[in-house]
Design a binder for this molecule. Structure first.
Ligand code: 3H9
Length: 698
């Protein structure tokens, strides 16, 4: 029979066991195998019940996402669920691990559901820009009511077994081997004469205020459309017959599958996993990684220490004096208390981390036994070199010396030691125990097993780790500097920072660039402008209006005044009335006549600047693949996930269109808008960034 479905019997119970590692996705072979196995069970007069069970770590993780975008193959999943439900035999699903998306839809097609206490179920299609498309939006609300079904469909969250039982999704929870408890349950059902129980025949869910619910979900989605489609599908379950509801769900699913948003989110799903699979690391064993040192206990250092402690590593943090050490400990303990409150760690784990896993010291000698040290001190090359010289002197042979610099030359830092092969950049994003991105910056002489250890650390800390080469700002900050400048140019030419922020949050960014600048601290940009002043190209346009605010000591949110004014103790902000005056003064000095910008033009210029610089980052080998850049922007810079990343966005726009815009802008400012050679080559050869991703994956 099928390779992926094994068929066996236990008395009157037919057992359909799904064996499609790693997560039993519902590929065509699985769908066909299940359908044929149902036929076989029904053809056997001895069989009274069918048990569906999964092998390995999940019952079923959903439809096979790799099949999306390819021509559909029979049997389709909605028909399979209907076929299972229509069986004259009693059908039981025994769930363990995760049961997600189409997996839950198969289970809802069954007549009874039993699960392990540790099982989790959910409809995560929204995270792929989709909605459940095999009856999930029609069957689930018949069990739970419309509101709970909508919450499940629009949040996509994994629901624990207990809660799922309370919601009516699971009938019974029993610990044991899923097949054994499933067979026992089936025998009970047979002997008690339990009837087939088709959810499609149950009453439709009662009506709710659909439009208000839809509006709420759309607002929360910040431009993502699939949540709203999920609401409309559940509405169809309430208002139409089951068959018509299924047709309505199908139509919405097909629309979402064809949308750019689902293409963006599916790109994100695969590439957040692929980004740390470096071919050159295959078979390379990472070095030991049990204890780490952190130099500097400011926000960044304390965040890195917290992340490492939460990953069960021992941490030695070095500060310059007793007062600083106490403050650093306070910061870390504060974050660990937060983790305790959020249920991430237990009280006893918290206490053990604070008392025995963390050492805060003022003497570098405490670092003599650690496996890896991360320096997180002030961004100044002289300071960094001094720190690395000291580390070189005290750290054991083979210890890895890492810098958390966000733009400095890691080759130069490495040269300050006698062991450049052991030096690497590990660029975290603040707050480091929360933000998912880690740039692993590989310097000229970094040894391959040091790179492997950088990725291993990222994995242990639960990060999305991306390989970056050495340049000013690596992948993320280099691109950020460029699109931020594009925003500043628009300000000089007449767009207000507030219009730009709004246009970009409407596009889907978590925050606009000027609100971000206030949050990060305006002093950072000010320092960068001073640092880069000497090496500037004569054609470079550098707005300086905001420096005047910095000169007065206003650095954004932390001082209460920046592009916006912030009320103490509140998140509310209002535009700072000084800003338009400063801008007008600079426009007058530069003899610029301000003009109007449409939101569309703002988004186009901002995105084209981002794409052009991102393409250069790939072209120069700073990023390995276009998708690596996309993941950096997604996980470190608030880029909307439903757009997949800047280079996926560019592919979806059409690279010829993007290049034409860049060339048009270059007529005004040839230096800033110089097109990327890679982008030009792709347009000439009719290829996309995704073609490059695929070529690299081979
Ligand atoms: C759906 O069901 C639509 C239907 O409503 C309607 C259809 C008509 N397909 O994450 P991991 C791969 S939409 C194909 O590292 P974990 C994954 O790429 C689907 N492949 O493990 C990875 O491959 P590789 C709704 C899949 O233990 C490997 O499996 N379902 C799928 O950390 C291991 O994955 C979802 O959205 C898939 N469905 O987490 C669930 N799932 O090793 C998506 C995984 O080559 N999946 N792979 O990198 C997940 O959330 C997690 O993978 C899961 C396991 C929690 C299951």
């Amino acid at each position: 029979m099928s390779d992926v479905i094994s068929y066996s019997t236990s008395g009157p119970v037919a057992i359909l066991r799904i064996q499609n590692p790693p997560v039993n996705a519902l590929s065509q072979a699985v769908r066909q195998g299940l359908s044929e196995a149902m036929d076989r069970a029904e053809a056997d007069v001895e069989i009274k019940a069918v048990l569906i069970v999964g092998e390995g770590r999940a019952f079923i993780a959903g439809a096979d996402i790799t099949e999306f975008g390819k021509p559909p193959m029979e049997p389709n999943l909605p028909d399979l669920c209907t076929r299972i439900e229509a069986s004259p035999l009693v059908v039981i699903a025994s769930m363990h691990g995760v049961t997600l998306g189409g997996g839950l839809e198969v289970a809802l097609g069954a007549h009874y559901r039993i699960a392990q206490p540790t099982a989790r179920v959910g409809l995560p299609e929204v995270h792929l820009g989709l909605l459940p498309g095999a009856g999930g939006t029609q069957r689930l609300p018949r069990l739970t009511g419309a509101e709970k079904a909508i919450e499940a469909v629009t949040s996509g969250r994994q629901i624990k077994a207990d809660e799922a039982r309370e919601m009516g999704i699971i009938d019974k929870i029993e610990e044991g081997d899923p097949q054994e408890v499933g067979v026992a349950y089936a025998m009970d059902l047979i002997s008690s004469g339990a009837p087939r129980r088709a959810i499609s025949e149950m009453a439709a869910p009662s009506s709710i205020d659909w439009d208000a619910t839809y509006d709420g979900v759309m607002k929360k989605g910040r431009g993502q459309i699939s949540g709203g489609a999920g609401v409309r599908a559940v509405q169809a379950a309430s208002e139409l017959s089951f068959a018509d509801g299924m047709a309505a769900e199908r139509k919405l699913f097909t629309e979402m599958l064809a949308s750019d948003q689902s293409k963006g989110m599916i790109h994100a799903f695969f590439n957040e996993r692929a980004v740390s699979n470096l071919p050159e690391l295959k078979g390379v064993a990472p070095r030991a990684l049990q204890s780490i040192g952190v130099i500097g206990g400011g926000t960044m250092g304390a965040g890195i220490a917290t992340a490492a402690l939460l990953a069960q590593m021992e941490v030695v943090l070095i500060e310059t004096g007793e007062a600083q050490a106490a403050a650093a400990r306070g910061r870390i303990e504060g974050s660990l208390s937060g983790a305790l409150k959020r249920g991430k760690i237990s009280q006893s784990q918290h206490d053990a981390l604070v008392t025995s896993a963390l050492t805060v010291a003022v003497n570098y000698d405490s670092l003599s036994t650690v496996d890896l040290v991360i320096e997180a001190v002030f961004e100044d090359m002289a300071v960094k070199k001094e720190v690395f010289g000291k580390l070189d002197a005290v750290c054991k042979p083979g210890a890895i010396l890492a810098s958390n610099t966000s733009y400095l030359d890691v080759d130069e830092i490495a040269a300050a030691t006698s062991r450049p092969a052991d030096v690497i950049g590990l660029h975290f994003f603040s707050p480091a125990h929360i933000m998912k991105l880690l740039e692993v910056v590989v310097a000229d002489k970094t040894a391959i097993d040091v790179v492997a250890t950088g990725f291993e650390l990222g994995k242990r800390l639960g990060k999305i780790s991306v390989r970056a080469g050495v340049c000013d700002g690596f992948i993320g900050n280099r691109i950020l500097a460029h699109y931020r400048t594009a925003a500043d140019h628009m300000v000089l030419d007449g767009a207000s920072p507030y219009q730009i922020d709004r246009a970009l949050t409407d596009f889907g960014f978590a925050m606009g660039p000027f609100a971000v600048a206030d949050l990060a601290g305006l002093d950072i940009g000010w320092m960068t402008r001073k640092r880069k002043a000497a090496g500037r190209h004569p054609d470079e346009r550098v707005p300086t209006y905001i420096d005047k605010l910095c000169e007065e000591g206003h650095f954004g949110r932390k001082t209460g005044e920046g592009y916006y004014l912030y009320e103490a103790g509140s998140h509310a902000s209002v535009p700072n009335p000084k800003i338009p005056v400063l801008i007008a003064d600079e426009q007058a000095a530069l003899e610029i006549t301000p003009r109007d910008f449409s939101d569309e033009e703002i988004v186009t210029r901002y995105m084209c600047a981002m794409v052009n610089e991102a393409a250069k980052v790939v072209e120069e080998g700073i990023a390995r693949r276009p998708a690596d850049v996309d993941m950096v922007l997604l996980f470190g810079y608030g880029f909307p996930r439903f757009r997949g990343g800047p280079l996926k966005w560019a592919d979806l726009q059409g690279l010829d269109k993007v290049l034409a815009n860049i060339e048009r802008f270059a007529q005004e400012d040839a230096w800033f808008w110089k097109p990327s050679a890679l982008l030009e080559q792709l347009v000439t050869s009719g290829r996309s960034f995704d073609d490059l991703n695929r070529a690299q994956a081979k």
